[in-house]
Design a binder for this molecule. Structure first.
Ligand SMILES: Cc1cc2nc3c(=O)[nH]c(=O)nc-3n(C[C@H](O)[C@H](O)[C@H](O)COP(=O)(O)OP(=O)(O)OC[C@H]3O[C@@H](n4cnc5c(N)ncnc54)[C@H](O)[C@@H]3O)c2cc1C
Length: 445
C-alpha cells in the first residue's frame, strides 16, 4: 500500500472529562450512566444518530431471559431491568415468560429511552461523532481524537471505556487484539408490512427451496413483530467472509446484506404471490456479530461457560445457550447448559444430540469475570461488550445483549472507582466493583 504523510495540525480540545465512553450501544450507554450515577463526569461518543447499537441501528429486538434456567431465580437486574420497566410503561415490550427469548422490544422506543437515561444521568453526549485515534500526553493515553460536523477535535479524559464493539480504541491504542479465524456472520435485518402468509406456509422451507436460485445463502432465520403493530422484523440474511472491522469489508457486507433482503422479498413475491408485502425499513447499519476481541487478563472458555464455572470477580450472569454459526454449513448448532446439543436449519428437521453426558446437577447459569474486560497492560482503559476476551464457543453464548449490558455496567463502575481513587483500573479490587454494582441495582452472585 502506498503511504503518504499527513501534515500535523493543531486541533481544538472540545471536551475535558473524567471518563469518556467510545460507542453508544446499550453497553456503552449503561457504562456511562453507571459511572455518572457514582458522581463521575462522563462523555459518550457515538457515530450513529442515536444510541442503541445493534438493537436500535441494527433492529435486533430480542432481549433474553433475566432468570436462571429454572426460570425461578433472577440472575440479571440493573439497567437492563430498569429499561424493560420503562418500556413496559409505554407498551413498547412484549414478554414471553419462561422462554429464552423473554422480551421483544420496540427498538425505536428504546432509542428514545436511552436518550432520556443519558440526559437524566447528566452524561454529556456527542452523536454523529466518530472516534478516530487515541491521544497521548507524555506517553500516557490522555484522551481521544474524534471527528464530526464541527471538524476534528480532542476529548481529554482520565479514563476511557471502549464500547465500540470492534475494539476500535483498544486496537488503535496498541492493546493486544485477536481476530477470530471464522467470525460469526453479519446479518442485515429488515422490517416488512403486509407480512401475512397462507395457512401452513413455512418461510424456512420456502427459502431452502428457492434460495439457490436467488443466490441466497442458506442460514438461520428468526423474526418478531414490532410490539403493538403488524410490522414484522426479519433477521434472515447471512453475510460470511466480510471483515466488518475493515472499511472495504464493511462496505461489501452492507451491500450484500441489502441484496439478500431483496432476494428474500423477491422469493416471496415471485414464488408465493404474497400480495401487499412491502419492505418497510432497512437498518442504518448491518448487524455485526463479531470482529476483533481484546487479549485480556483472562480468556473465557467454552468449558467455563457451559459448565457454569463461578468466578470471584464475576460481574455478569447469563443463560443464553451457546450458538455457533459456521461458515460452510447452513444452520446453527446450539449447546445448552443441560448437555443438549441441537442442530437447527430452516426448513429442515432439528437434529438432537449431546455435547456432554448427563450429570447429577446441571448448572443453572454461567458467569463472565471482570478480567475478560481488562486489556493486558491496561492502565486507564477498559473494554465492554462483544470485544470481550472469549473463545469461539464461550462467545457464542456470552455475546447476547442482556450479558453485554452487564459488562457495560461493570466497566462504568470500574472506571468511576478508578477515577475516584486515582488508581489504575486493574488496581481496583474486583470485590469493591462487585459491591458497588450490587448497591446500584445489579444482581451480583
Ligand atoms: C443480526 C444479529 C442478531 C442478534 N440477535 C440477538 C438477539 O436476538 N438477542 C441478543 O441479545 N443479542 C443478539 N445479537 C448479539 C448482540 O446484538 C450483540 O452481541 C451486542 O449488541 C453487542 O453489543 P456491543 O455494545 O458490544 O456492540 P454494538 O451493538 O455493535 O455497539 C457498538 C456501538 O459503537 C458504535 N461505534 C463503533 N465504532 C465507533 C467509533 N469508531 N466511534 C464512535 N462510535 C462507534 C456503534 O455505532 C455502536 O453503536 C445479535 C447480533 C446480530 C448482529
Amino acid at each position: 500500500m502506498t503511504e503518504v504523510m499527513i501534515p500535523s495540525r493543531k486541533v481544538p480540545v472540545i471536551g475535558q472529562t473524567g471518563i469518556c465512553v467510545i460507542g453508544g450501544s446499550c453497553t456503552g450507554v449503561f457504562a456511562a450512566v453507571r459511572a455518572a450515577r457514582l458522581g463521575a463526569e462522563v462523555m459518550i461518543v457515538e457515530k450513529q444518530n442515536r444510541f442503541g447499537g445493534v438493537a436500535v441501528s441494527g433492529m435486533v429486538s430480542i432481549w433474553h431471559s433475566l432468570k436462571n434456567t429454572t426460570f425461578k431465580n433472577r440472575i440479571i437486574a440493573g439497567l437492563t431491568q430498569e429499561i424493560i420497566e420503562r418500556l413496559q410503561r409505554r407498551q413498547a415490550v412484549n414478554s414471553h415468560d419462561n422462554s429464552y427469548s423473554d422480551y421483544i422490544l420496540n427498538t425505536e422506543e428504546l432509542a428514545i429511552e436511552l436518550d432520556r437515561l443519558i440526559i437524566e444521568a447528566g452524561v454529556k453526549p456527542l452523536l454523529h461523532t466518530v472516534f478516530t485515534a487515541p491521544y497521548y500526553e507524555d506517553g500516557r493515553l490522555a484522551g481521544v481524537v474524534v471527528e464530526n460536523k464541527s471538524g476534528c477535535g480532542v476529548i481529554l479524559a482520565d479514563y476511557l471505556i471502549d464500547a465500540s464493539g470492534d475494539a476500535d480504541l483498544c486496537s488503535r491504542a496498541g492493546c493486544s487484539i485477536r481476530q477470530p479465524e471464522a467470525p460469526q456472520p453479519s446479518t442485515t435485518c429488515a422490517r416488512f408490512s403486509g407480512w401475512k402468509f397462507p395457512e401452513g406456509f413455512d418461510l424456512g422451507s420456502a427459502l431452502r427451496k428457492y434460495g439457490a436460485e436467488y443466490n441466497l445463502p442458506q442460514g438461520f432465520i428468526w423474526g418478531e413483530n414490532v410490539p403493538g403493530s403488524d410490522i414484522h422484523m426479519l433477521a434472515g440474511t447471512r453475510i460470511f467472509n466480510c471483515d466488518c472491522a475493515d472499511a472495504a469489508g464493511l462496505t461489501a457486507a452492507e451491500i450484500e446484506g441489502r441484496r439478500q433482503v431483496r432476494a428474500i422479498t423477491d422469493i416471496l413475491r415471485d414464488k408465493y404471490d404474497i400480495s401487499g408485502l412491502a419492505l418497510q425499513a432497512l437498518p442504518s447499519m448491518t448487524g455485526i456479530r463479531e470482529t476483533r476481541h481484546i487479549r485480556a487478563l483472562y480468556t473465557l472458555t467454552g468449558p467455563d461457560l457451559l459448565n457454569g464455572v463461578r468466578f470471584d470477580d464475576a460481574i455478569a450472569n447469563g443463560t443464553y445457550r451457546v450458538d455457533i454459526h459456521q461458515p460452510g454449513r447452513p444452520g446453527i448448532i446450539f449447546r445448552y447448559l443441560n448437555g443438549r446439543e441441537v442442530y437447527a436449519c430452516p426448513g429442515q428437521k432439528e437434529e438432537e444430540s449431546r455435547w456432554r453426558e448427563p450429570v447429577d446437577k446441571d448448572p443453572a447459569f454461567y458467569q463472565i469475570p471482570l478480567r475478560c474486560l481488562i486489556p493486558e497492560r491496561a492502565g486507564n482503559i477498559i473494554a465492554a461488550g462483544r470485544m470481550l476476551d472469549a473463545d469461539q464457543e464461550a462467545f457464542g453464548g456470552a455475546r447476547v445483549m442482556v450479558n453485554m449490558n452487564q459488562t457495560g455496567e461493570a466497566a462504568g463502575v470500574a472506571a468511576a472507582l478508578a477515577l475516584e481513587t486515582g488508581k489504575t483500573i486493574p488496581e481496583i479490587p474486583a470485590e469493591k466493583i462487585r459491591q458497588t454494582l450490587r448497591k446500584g441495582g445489579s444482581c451480583i452472585i
